[in-house]
Design a protein around this ligand. Structure first.
Ligand code: G
Ligand code: G
Ligand code: MN
Ligand code: NA
Length: 242
């Protein structure tokens, strides 16, 4: 409860900041985007990762406060320091269900001077499947605004693939558990191969997450994966360090 109160004050106390992780195009070997990831420097406990506070924030409207702050900060930093890079940010289920989401995104990009086309929103399968009809409407409005939409951690949910593919998505991010098995497990390699084929058949861009080894990158390249992200390509860091 104390942590929740601290988190509520964190944006006002300037304790939240963003680490950015590069996403690399496998055809050009160039960095095309960065994923913004929240960090909290707590005055007493030091650096806290989102794994330890996002779930707490999602239990209340706190996630909307934290998410809005995150979006404004990221949009401003990218517009000012790296306008050629795409920015991708994570949305939790509660943010997706917020009736003000579309106008909040419109305002944040406008205020920062970031074209909506430079922003991609990552949403997990489970967040999309909480209320698929509502998700479909929200995604269409976001699409109309010009932002890009990605499905995050793909392969970990239990959603109906047919239903997912009816949504207006641009990108599919293969969960790092599959990337980890590349070259080691025939099963993982087969799954990644078929995810890429399926995604390309419906014109989705594919990003492999969690690339830690050069061998994994070479396999992904050979399989025709479009982009990759992971410690081998760059760890999350403040924008100035990238
Ligand atoms: O950076 P790290 O690996 O600790 O992130 C852990 C999880 O927290 C990831 O699943 C990531 O999607 C999530 N996360 C990071 N930043 C944000 C954010 O700004 N909003 C939301 N909703 N989730 C985030
Ligand atoms: O759930 P989501 O995909 O948004 O989570 C992103 C998180 O994955 C980031 O917090 C980042 O720290 C973590 N991450 C990024 N690259 C790697 C990697 O190569 N290996 C592992 N284990 N985690 C990674
Ligand atoms: Mn993500
Ligand atoms: Na992910």
């Amino acid at each position: 409860l104390q942590l929740e109160q601290d988190l509520r004050m964190a944006p006002l106390n300037d304790e939240l900041w963003l680490a950015y992780q590069p996403i690399v195009d496998l055809r050009t070997d160039r960095r095309t985007a960065v994923e913004g990831l929240l960090r909290w420097t707590h005055p007493r406990y030091g650096l806290i990762f989102p794994g330890e506070f996002i779930t707490l924030a999602e239990e209340s409207d706190l996630i909307n406060i934290v998410g809005a702050h995150m979006l404004h900060t990221a949009a401003r930093e990218i517009a000012e320091q790296a306008p050629d890079l795409q920015l991708t940010v994570n949305l939790s289920a509660r943010e997706l269900d917020d009736p003000w989401l579309v106008s909040a995104i419109r305002n944040a990009t406008y205020k920062a001077g970031l074209t909506p086309g430079s922003l991609c929103l990552e949403i997990t399968e489970s967040a999309l499947m909480r209320d698929p009809a509502l998700a479909a409407r929200t995604l269409s409005s976001l699409r109309d605004l010009g932002v890009r939409l990605a499905i995050d951690d793909f392969g970990t949910g239990h959603s109906s693939l047919a239903q997912l593919l009816t949504l207006p998505l641009d990108t599919l991010k293969i969960d790092r558990s599959f990337t980890a098995g590349l070259g080691r497990s025939d099963e993982a390699t087969a799954i990644v191969t078929s995810i890429i084929a399926m995604a390309h058949a419906v014109d989705l861009t594919v990003i492999a997450e969690g690339v830690e080894q050069p061998e994994q990158l070479e396999i992904l390249r050979a399989l025709g994966c479009d982009q990759a992200q992971g410690y081998h390509l760059g760890r999350p860091a403040p924008l100035a360090e990238l």
